[in-house]
Design a protein around this ligand. Structure first.
Ligand SMILES: C[S@@+](CC[C@H](N)C(=O)[O-])C[C@H]1O[C@@H](n2cnc3c(N)ncnc32)[C@H](O)[C@@H]1O
Length: 250
């Protein structure tokens, strides 16, 4: 059977179950972006996914444009938005690619959370940063998350588990290193009734690792300057050699 890649129906269907917006970890992440968004006129969420960040902002009357390449992730976002009529005036969902979007307007906040590693070539990463520069209003901020370490090979490991009624849903991940900069993840979604496995799906995804220095060079080329960097969403200052990076650029 051929490998199924990317953010497809399986990923879209399970995304919020394993990243629940009500969990402490997601609440912290949302609060971080809310802090930067609260006084802005209009925000752009690049790789918005199922709207885990965009929907709470829109619920607080912040206008958010969600640029998202995957039709399945956009559909998941739209289904969620449709349940919350109060967000609809504040949410625009756009099909597009982070590396070549032209929205003919500027934003007072742009952010891309957990998306950058999906850009598999350096020229795509640079093209994305140029697109951000073109869409960023003056005196405005761009927030980018990145992970600097090349993940190590990992055999299939249980990452997360959720109970829904009588059923147990499991998310497992396997990781392979493909080269000095690229890695591949295999996500396996399993469903159990008691000890009996009743359903399983697998999805592959690839990532590109980048170093702090490489990222700073790309950002300089795109005329984006680093204002401050954190290593988590509690705003722990970033220090050299940490792998988790949340940069605030202008
Ligand atoms: C890990 S998810 C993160 C979703 C959301 N930002 C969040 O924090 O929950 C990455 C998202 O980026 C999207 N994505 C990946 N590459 C993209 C690209 N080149 N252009 C637009 N969206 C992209 C994927 O489809 C997916 O929805």
């Amino acid at each position: 059977m051929s490998k199924r890649f990317g953010y497809n129906l399986v990923t879209a269907g399970y995304y919020d179950l394993f990243n629940p917006p009500w969990s402490e970890i997601e609440r912290q992440r949302i609060a971080f972006f809310h802090h930067y968004a609260q006084s802005v006129f209009a925000a752009l969420d690049v790789g918005a996914g199922t709207g885990l960040i965009a929907l709470p902002l829109a619920a607080d009357k912040i206008s958010v444009t969600c640029l998202e390449a995957s039709p399945e992730m956009r559909a998941a976002l739209l289904i969620k938005a449709a349940q919350q009529p109060e967000v609809l005036p504040y949410l625009t969902i756009v099909a597009g690619n982070a590396v070549n979007f032209h929205l003919n307007r500027q934003f007072s906040l742009i952010y891309a959370c957990y998306m950058f590693h999906n850009l598999l070539e350096e020229h795509d990463q640079l093209a994305f940063l140029h697109c951000v520069r073109d869409h960023l209003a003056s005196n405005s901020r761009f927030i980018l998350t990145a992970n600097f370490a090349l993940p190590e090979a990992m055999s299939l490991t249980l990452l997360k588990e959720q109970h829904v009624g009588d059923l147990r849903y499991c998310l497992l991940m396997e990781q392979a290193v493909l080269s000095a900069s690229h890695y591949e993840m295999r996500f396996v979604y399993e469903q159990y009734r008691g000890d009996e496995q009743i359903d399983t799906h697998e999805v592959y995804s690839q990532g590109r690792a980048i170093s702090y220095e490489q990222l700073m060079t790309l950002c300089r080329d795109a005329n984006l300057k680093l204002e401050v960097a954190y290593s988590d969403f509690n705003r722990q200052p970033y220090s050299e050699n940490e792998s988790r990076f949340i940069g605030i650029f202008y």
